[in-house]
Write a protein that binds this ligand. Structure first.
Ligand SMILES: NC(=O)c1ccc[n+]([C@@H]2O[C@H](COP(=O)([O-])OP(=O)(O)OC[C@H]3O[C@@H](n4cnc5c(N)ncnc54)[C@H](O)[C@@H]3O)[C@@H](O)[C@H]2O)c1
Ligand SMILES: [Zn+2]
Length: 355
C-alpha cells in the first residue's frame, strides 16, 4: 500500500504529515515562519538543531512519562514561556510521546489564550492516537485527563524513524490503541493485523506505515464527526474510548505506576469485550478470537483489581458518564462499536465479579 504523505483535515484545520527523517527540517521550516519557536523535547529524543539559522529556537528538555501530566508541571511550563517573552507570533512544538503532547497542548491552548501549536509524536501510541484529534490535558487526584481543552495542532509530523529507540513495552502499548481502532471500526484491518503483528513488532517500515495510516484514518473519522464529543450515539467520538472506561480506572487506581497507558488499555479492551459478551452483544467465538490475539502478542489481559469494589469509585469519574449511568463504548462484533447507556455502578460491579 502506498501511504499518503499528507492528510489534510479541513474540518479540524490540521494537517498530518507522514515523512521519514524529516524532524529537523520540519522545525527549521516552522522557525522561518515564526518570530520565536519554543520546542518542548522529550529527554529521550536526539535531534540535531545546531546551526546559525536557528537563533529563534529555544529548546526545553523534559524527562517524560505520565507523571508530568500535572497542574504543577503545567504551571512551570506556562511560566517558563511567559518569562521567555512568548508572544502571539510564537509557535510551540512538542516533540515526544503522548504525555508530553497532552501537557504541552494544554499549555499551548491556554497561554496568551492560545498559540500556534505543532506536534511531533515520538511513540507509536502518540503517532496512532494521541497526536490526532486535539485533546490535551493533565490528570487530577480524582482521575485521568480531567483538566484540559480541545485544541487542534496546526500540523502533526509522524516520522517513523524515531521509533527505532522505543522499547518493546512501548511498542506494545501503542499496538493496544491500533487494535482498538480495528476492533471498533474495521474487521478487515483486524484480520490484517492478526497476520502482520510479528512484522509490526519488528518495525517493518511498510507494515508500520500502513498500521499507522489506517489507525489515523479511523480516529479522524470519529473526530471529524464529533470533535467535542457531544454526540451520545454510535457516531460519538466516545466510541474511541473502547477499553478506556476500565483502563483509565486501572491506571488511576495504581497511580499510573503499575501499568503504562497501553497496558491498562489492553486490560480494559479485554474486560470491555467480556462485558460486551456478557450482555449478549459479542459472540463467544469473537471474544475468544480477540483474547487469542492479545495472548499471542503478549498484551496484558487481566488484573486482580477488576474484582474489587475500589475500582468502581474510579469508574464513576469517567467523563462519558451521565447522571447515574456508567456509559460504555462496547462492541457487538469485531469491527463495530455501540454506545451503551444501560449500566449503573451496581450492575457493572456485578458483571465484573462474574466475568
Ligand atoms: N490526547 C489524546 O487523544 C490521547 C489519546 C491516547 C492517549 N493519550 C495519552 O497519552 C499518554 C501516553 O502516551 P505515550 O504512550 O506516548 O507515553 P509517554 O509519552 O509517557 O512515553 C512513554 C515513554 O517513552 C519515552 N519515549 C518517547 N519517545 C521515545 C522514543 N522515540 N524512543 C525512546 N523512548 C521514547 C518517554 O520518555 C517515556 O518514558 C497517556 O497520558 C494517555 O492518556 C492521549
Ligand atoms: Zn488511549
Amino acid at each position: 500500500m502506498q501511504t499518503k504523505l499528507s492528510i489534510r483535515s479541513k474540518k479540524l484545520k490540521t494537517e498530518i504529515l507522514i515523512k521519514k527523517d524529516y524532524i529537523s527540517k520540519f522545525i527549521k521550516i516552522i522557525a522561518k515562519k515564526n518570530e520565536k519557536v519554543f520546542c518542548f523535547l522529550d529527554s529521550k529524543i536526539n535531534i540535531n538543531l545546531k546551526s546559525n539559522e536557528q537563533k529563534n529556537i529555544k529548546i526545553i528538555i523534559i524527562r517524560c512519562g505520565e507523571k508530568i501530566k500535572t497542574l504543577e508541571k503545567y504551571k512551570v511550563l506556562s511560566e517558563k514561556l511567559i518569562k521567555n517573552n512568548v508572544n502571539r507570533k510564537s509557535a510551540i512544538i512538542a516533540i515526544g510521546g503522548g504525555s508530553l503532547g497532552d501537557l504541552v497542548g494544554f499549555v499551548a491552548s491556554t497561554v496568551l489564550r492560545g498559540l500556534d501549536f505543532f506536534l511531533i509524536p515520538t511513540t507509536l501510541l502518540s503517532q496512532v492516537d494521541s497526536s490526532i484529534g486535539g485533546k490535551n490535558g493533565v490528570n487530577t487526584l480524582y482521575g485521568k485527563n480531567l483538566l484540559g481543552t480541545f485544541y487542534q495542532p496546526k500540523q502533526v509530523l509522524i516520522d517513523i524513524s524515531v521509533l527505532n529507540t522505543l522499547s518493546k513495552k512501548e511498542i506494545k502499548s501503542g499496538y493496544a490503541e491500533i487494535i482498538k481502532h480495528a476492533l471498533i471500526k474495521d474487521y478487515s484491518f483486524f484480520c490484517w493485523l492478526e497476520k502482520n503483528t510479528d512484522k509490526l513488532f519488528d518495525l517493518d517500515k511498510s507494515i508500520l506505515e500502513k498500521a499507522i495510516y489506517k489507525s489515523i484514518m479511523i480516529k479522524l473519522l470519529y473526530v471529524e464527526k464529533d470533535e467535542k464529543e457531544i454526540l451520545s450515539n454510535n457516531d460519538s467520538r466516545a466510541m474511541l474510548n473502547f477499553g478506556h472506561t476500565i483502563g483509565h480506572a486501572i491506571e488511576s487506581h495504581y497511580n499510573y505506576k503499575k501499568f503504562n497507558h497501553g497496558e491498562a488499555i489492553s486490560i480494559g479492551i479485554i474486560t470491555e469485550a467480556k462485558i460486551s459478551n456478557y450482555l449478549g452483544l459479542l459472540s463467544s467465538y469473537e471474544l475468544e478470537r480477540i483474547i487469542k490475539h492479545f495472548k499471542k502478542c503478549r498484551l496484558e489481559t487481566f488484573d486482580n483489581i477488576l474484582k474489587s469494589k475500589v475500582l468502581i469509585k474510579k469508574i464513576i469519574k469517567d467523563k462519558k458518564n451521565f447522571l447515574n449511568n456508567i456509559n460504555f463504548s462496547l462492541i457487538d462484533k469485531i469491527g463495530n462499536s455501540i454506545f451503551y447507556k444501560k449500566l449503573n455502578k451496581e450492575k457493572v460491579f456485578k458483571i465484573l465479579k462474574k466475568i
